[in-house]
Design a protein around this ligand. Structure first.
Ligand code: NAI
Ligand code: MG
Length: 356
């Protein structure tokens, strides 16, 4: 029997509401397919921070390292500044475990209304491949003459040859494996004088090794406009940490709701555990109301099982998501329905059981 040890960090806000639904679906499918999943829960969160002054305890990363994967809800809540909560938990995990790929699939499902006029199932179907450990998200920089009129703030972006090439290689490989074989790179080489011309030059160099892949590039400003105007143009999008972050909220928003979108923080060589989470955050505005959409979390759980080599589990979960959205009876408010978080989770379990 296949067996996996999963570290579960529900985190803050709706993270605590959607993670149980993810586990419910995982358990249903694991049992059907004879796979054993052992969960260990960690209560690391902004609440922990209030109590202990730390988002995760000392030695937290060492504790996580032993697991096969990490399943995370959301991190951040009013009362703790976002840069403290993110740099205290999420970002150290991504970096310590070299999860340099952030993979975010974007799909318009049958049964969901895109806010873009005239789009139907299949019109939106792409991946955002986001660089996940360097780029614009760095803590290098500082403040000088703080609190005076002469205040100076500098924030440094970091682009390494190794870091740039490996994310591009991952994206080219993904594009190569898809029917359209089309890769679009997000740049801003007209404004960022050093980093983005460098990024573009590495894209060009990598493209030489993938002659079958059609490559184009757009400055991030027109990229966002194009994603709304012609989402069907895109197949695999690759972007730096910041650009990938922006495009991977915009993409799912074009499919009706950001709440169905998953995010896989992948260490491709499996040296460290990878981490799976929904794209969305802790949604303080709806936390505690039992109306959060759990589909982003459930899809993230499917990606986790795929990463662990259980493709059947992934496919079964995805089939369940497709069925429930198409059926439309048990959708949460963000998808135009009235179902609670748990009712949608239950509907997923039922649909999966019915199909098998
Ligand atoms: P958010 O994603 O939490 O919420 C944005 C909007 O989408 C809100 O109106 C919210 O109600 C709605 N929404 C989000 N998830 C939903 C779901 N599952 N079902 C229904 N509606 C949903 O982003 P926001 O408000 O910018 O951030 C809130 C907190 O979350 C902040 O502390 C932020 O730093 C943190 N955050 C954490 C992330 C992570 O853990 N990876 C990612 C994004 C934000
Ligand atoms: Mg984001």
């Amino acid at each position: 029997m296949k067996e996996f040890n999963i570290a579960v960090i529900p985190g803050d806000g709706i993270g605590m509401e959607v993670i149980p639904e993810g586990i419910k679906v995982l358990d249903t499918v694991a049992e059907m397919q004879g796979i054993r999943l052992n969960y260990t829960h960690f209560d690391w969160s902004c609440e922990t921070y209030h109590r202990t002054g730390r988002m995760m305890p000392e030695g937290g990363l060492e504790q996580l390292q032993a697991f096969d994967a990490i399943f995370l809800g959301a991190v951040g809540f009013p009362g703790v500044p976002d840069h403290i909560s993110l740099w205290g938990l999420l970002l150290p995990i991504r970096r310590a475990f070299d999860q340099y790929v952030n993979l975010r699939p974007v799909r318009l499902f049958e049964g969901l209304q895109s806010p873009l006029a005239g789009k139907k199932e299949g019109d939106i179907d792409f991946y955002v491949v986001r660089e996940n450990v360097e780029g614009e998200y760095s803590n290098i920089g500082g403040i000088q003459y703080e609190g005076t009129d002469d205040e100076i703030v500098s924030q440094q972006s970091i682009f390494t040859r190794k870091g740039t090439d490996r994310i591009l290689r991952y994206a080219f490989e993904l594009a190569q494996s898809r029917d359209k074989k089309h890769l679009s790179s997000a740049t801003k080489s007209n404004g960022l004088f050093h980093s983005m011309p460098y990024w573009d030059s590495r894209v060009e160099a990598m493209a030489q090794q993938y002659p079958e892949v059609k490559v184009d590039q757009y400055h991030i400003d027109i990229f966002t406009a194009n994603l709304v105007r012609m989402p069907e143009h895109y197949d695999v999008i690759v972007g730096s940490n910041l650009f990938g972050d922006i495009l991977s909220d915009l993409g799912p928003a074009c499919t009706g709701t950001i709440a169905i979108a998953p995010s896989a923080n992948i260490n491709p060589d499996h040296r460290f555990p990878s981490m799976f989470e929904p794209v969305h955050g802790s949604a303080p505005d709806i936390a505690g109301q039992n109306i959060a959409n759990p589909i982003g979390t459930v899809w993230a759980a499917a990606m986790m099982m795929q990463h662990l080599g259980c493709d059947d589990m992934h496919d079964t979960i995805m089939q369940g998501i497709e069925d429930v959205i198409r059926n439309g009876d048990s959708l949460t408010r963000d998808m135009g329905g009235t179902a609670s978080t748990q009712a949608l989770g239950d509907a997923l379990v039922k649909a999966i059981a019915a199909a098998h």
